[in-house]
Design a protein around this ligand. Sequence first.
Ligand SMILES: [Zn+2]
Length: 412
Amino acid sequence: MLRDPSIDLFTRTLGITEPWFVEKVDFSHEDRRIDIKINFRESAKFPCPACESKNVEIYDTKERTWRHLDCFQYATYLHARMPRVWCHDCTRIRGAGVKTVLLDWARPGSHFTLFFESYVLTLAREMPVLAVARIVGESDDRIWNIIHHYVDEAREKEDFSDVRKLAVDETAATRGHNYVTIAADSEAKRVLFATPGKGADTIASFREDFVAHNGDPDKIEVVSCDMSPAFIQGTHNAFPSAKITFDKFHVSKLLGDAVDEVRRNEQKSHPELKRSRYLWLMNPSRLKAEQQNFLNTLSQQHLKAAKAYQIRMNFAQLWEQPKDFAETFLKKWYFWATHSRLGPVIRAAKTIRKHKEGILSWFDTHVNNAIIESLNSLIQAAKRRAKGYRSSRNLVAIIYLLLSKLDFGLPT
Ligand SMILES: [Zn+2]
């Protein structure tokens, strides 16, 4: 009798090894599905899943089905009788002897093969979970279960003992007041921790998680964050040896907001300022020629907004200064800004002086929150496509999936 060639094909592609073998493959062209029957040799013994014992007697078996990747656009299922073993060693030690054996093709309790789950994780990195659910024809709850399982498992194995430089920030999780706080390793450029909420408490929970993953809080050299008192206080408490460097982007944003406030106050008497908001806020190198021309025209009219803009642009040159000159530069700038007679600019300048040390510390540490800023845009894009994550827990899982460089140990 000729051996069915599809048996060899599936034995190889599924990675089935002794004592398991592919017994039968049924193609149903009407139902557009493939059913693969896997079995084990009658004489087979299995290793105990809980202890070192290698050849344990089978206790009983139970029929199980796993969904596999579609093959040739046919829904594909694996079937096997799954053995439970009676382990005498486990009985002696722990009193419970019957255990389900571990399989090559699926993890315990899952309805899917490892290949299928690996595919789901790949898709979930590229698109909203609802779209993944639609593509593979499973409920989004099941997709979330897979994501949570692998993220939790991979995070358990995480080791933070080498981490020295941190970036901490918060992002709006949904419209309204839900926030997620994110802590990243700014050298390895990956997220270490994410949690719903914001403020000093979230830094404290990060510290707990950090220690649980072999992180040493006393070895943290620098934390990059914004100038909010909650982050500053939280960082001092959780990482007492760390230097704080205020993130450049957040410092610049402070001045951008001041320019905008000046512009808004002025546009009542100068209607030509209306709709110019973004011209003052954008990086000049990204302005189109006509935008630049318009901005130049506005700048020549001795407007307060133009003056505020000059002060802001001048501040940006701080980062170009040689380290030894930075403090002098900031002092000069501060004098100019505080004599500008522009209320919002003066307030921003005072905030900057109050945080001078953490701003100038950048010249030693060169850290910023760029990794988290890039993450923000990713989360915003994902939210728009998914019409919002249903819970902060799901959002946190997606953040880990996309930005923690976790090792899921799955076949690809
Ligand atoms: Zn055992």
